[in-house]
Design a protein around this ligand. Structure first.
Ligand code: MF3
Ligand code: CO
Ligand code: CO
Length: 282
């Protein structure tokens, strides 16, 4: 890690999570971190191909964070050993890069988080490795659309659980299971903060979304049941209980009085999925 890279507190002093906001505008920093996270994700996603190991993806990500002056938020976060999560096929999330080569027909989620200028930006996407089955292509596209339907519910004052309601309705209409164990989260100077953002309808999560706050929406959708199986002995890797495949997409959001700014999306995506009714990154 080059000396010029600002590290989060847990990378300096294991166990310490709190970090102070450096001087300057929080929202501007979040915009910059969101954009940088997305640039890294696109760079890694473009490298996904049969024969490429997830370790190779990790190395590409690591260099891409540093090239932007950022730190890989996952590295040494609660003991996590790598710079991205790579979750292949039946792995729901938190897969650790290793020396297994991706094979045609696999699906792999790459989850990128950058710590830049004192704040975190977090996004992920699932990629097809070569040609995938029609079932897997449908799982990916329904998961992606579910995420956007959830994001479309975001607006200052709206109930937080409107997000999960929209996601669950779309995913279950296609016969898929919505993971409950892992949820979206507040994000900013710390990686994970309240609120928890369920991707299913939780009647208790009815607090109003707060304009100016930042959180993620990151649904994990299983082709089969929603249940998580036994975490691998590595302490991280989370498979589906029934062995069915799982897809995920994630964005970091800024709540506004009138809607949402999707800090990790490109303007054409925002236009496509939300139209011009809500403010976009420019
Ligand atoms: N980026 C993941 C998220 O969306 C968190 C990964 S934490 C790790 O919240 F320790 F597993 F890397
Ligand atoms: Co996240
Ligand atoms: Co993430």
């Amino acid at each position: 890690m080059p000396a010029g890279i600002r590290r989060p507190p847990y990378a300096v002093e294991p166990g310490s999570l709190q970090s102070a906001l450096p001087p300057g505008d929080f929202v501007e920093r979040m915009r910059a971190a969101g954009r940088a996270a997305r640039e890294v994700l696109d760079e890694v996603g473009a490298a996904v191909a049969p024969g490429v190991t997830t370790d190779a993806l990790d190395r590409i990500a690591h260099a891409a964070y540093l090239a932007r002056g950022g730190y890989p938020s996952t590295l040494r976060y609660r003991g996590y050993p790598k710079s991205v999560c790579t979750s292949v096929n039946e792995i729901i999330c938190h897969g650790i890069p290793d020396d297994r080569a991706l094979m045609a027909g696999d699906i792999v989620d790459v989850d990128v988080t950058i710590y830049l200028d004192g704040v975190h930006g977090d996004c992920n996407a699932t990629y097809a490795v070569g040609e995938v089955s029609d079932d897997d292509a449908r799982l990916m596209s329904v998961t992606h659309e579910s995420m956007w339907r959830g994001i479309a519910q975001v607006r200052g004052g709206a109930p937080l659980n409107a997000i999960g309601r929209a996601i669950q309705e779309h995913a279950e209409a296609h016969g898929f299971g919505v993971v409950r164990t892992f949820v979206g989260h507040g994000i900013g100077t710390e990686f994970h903060t309240p609120p928890s953002v369920p991707h299913f309808y939780d009647p208790d999560a009815d607090q109003p979304m707060v304009a100016g706050s930042t959180f993620t929406v990151e649904p994990m959708i299983n082709a089969g049941g929603w249940e998580v199986g036994t975490i691998w002995p590595d302490g991280w890797t989370a498979p589906t209980r029934d062995g069915s495949r799982s897809a995920q997409y994630e964005h970091t959001l800024l709540v506004t009085a009138t809607g949402v700014e999707v800090l990790t999306a490109w303007p054409d995506e925002v236009e496509r999925w939300l139209g011009s009714s809500t403010s976009a990154v420019s």
